[in-house]
Design a protein around this ligand. Structure first.
Ligand code: NDP
Length: 285
């Protein structure tokens, strides 16, 4: 029976550390600030942005939530980003994705000042990550949170086979770089991958981020693997599930994240942690 990787408990620990850091910064007259920008009325995005905003306030971080209608123009969004880039009270800018069809996400993420790019999606920050550069720069929050989980649960990465299913810029690609930088041997799969199960069965560490419920079944997993399920899927009966058949895979894995209560809470906790990092780097270098 697998160890259940408790993302909720770990997020609580990270949030407590963040709250302490915020209190210390406030004593130096620095209040970390985040701006969350939402365009459109996607129901899941509405919930995510509201949760991020509420969590920031709870931890003592200044948070502003900027909402735009679904027909907002790219120019309007760019004007807002420019304003936030120049707003000294804002350390972190997050533009919630997916964006309405008329907006090019690459243009938006490139417009965010790299020093305020809390999602780590600006090409400069992504490039630094891929080059494994030293120094301080933000990294996409879900992958960074996953790395923290693996560390906290003592998962050895060096020389291990890591397989990532899903190659988005938000999850799969930054994770590939992080795992590779940690000396894992990484393979990344997508929807065109032929014979996915043969690949997933070779994984000592299997990370799944596709948005496909029950994509990974018990027979797709190596005995004793560590399984990280990033997927969030709402079934028609209202139940929230991941991309992994949790109940059966936990019989075969050494450790596994549940959905809900796994990667999700760690993503928000990492976002808050990284907001404070950005404030600290901006004020103290
Ligand atoms: P995207 O839709 O951007 O990317 C999905 C990726 O999965 C693509 O690379 C796609 O391949 C691949 N894929 C889809 N179906 C299959 C399949 N049958 N076999 C193999 N690969 C497949 O999604 P995101 O990365 O943004 O999110 C993925 C999931 O993670 C979603 O459920 C999302 O809600 C969740 N999520 C959860 C977070 C959390 O904090 N827990 C944070 C971010 C996302 P291809 O490139 O070939 O099209």
């Amino acid at each position: 029976m697998a160890t259940i990787i408790d993302g909720k408990a770990l997020a609580k620990k990270v949030n407590a550390q963040t709250q302490e850091r915020v209190a210390k910064l406030k004593k130096q007259n620095i209040t970390p600030g985040i701006a969350v920008v939402l365009a459109g009325d996607d129901p899941a995005s509405l919930i995510y942005t509201r949760n991020k905003h509420k969590k920031a306030i709870k931890l003592g971080i200044n948070s502003i939530l900027k909402k735009f209608p679904a027909d907002v123009s790219q120019e309007e969004l760019l004007t807002e980003i420019d304003r936030l880039n120049n707003d000294d009270s804002i350390d972190a800018i997050l533009v919630q994705q997916p964006l309405p069809a008329q907006i090019d996400p690459e243009v938006i993420t490139s417009a965010i000042l790299p020093e305020k790019d809390v999602d780590g999606l600006n090409p400069l920050n992504l490039g630094k990550l891929y080059a494994n550069q030293r120094g301080n720069y933000p990294v996409a929050c879900t992958p960074r949170g996953i790395m923290r989980m693996l560390t906290e649960y003592g998962v050895n990465l060096e020389g291990q086979n890591a397989v990532i299913v899903g190659r988005s810029i938000l999850v799969g690609k930054p994770l590939l770089a992080l795992l590779n930088n940690a000396n894992a041997t990484v393979t990344m799969a997508g929807s065109k991958t032929v014979n996915l199960p043969s690949l997933t069965c070779s994984a000592d560490i299997l990370i799944v981020a596709t948005g496909t419920p029950s994509l990974v079944k018990k027979t797709d997993v190596k005995l004793g693997a560590v399984v990280i399920d990033v997927g969030i899927n709402r079934l028609i009966n209202g139940k929230l599930v991941g991309d992994v058949d949790f109940e059966n895979v936990k019989e075969r894995a050494k450790a596994i994240t549940p959905v809900p209560g796994g990667v999700g809470p760690m993503t928000i906790a990492t976002l808050m942690e990284q907001t404070v990092d950005l404030a600290q780097w901006r004020h103290h270098g």
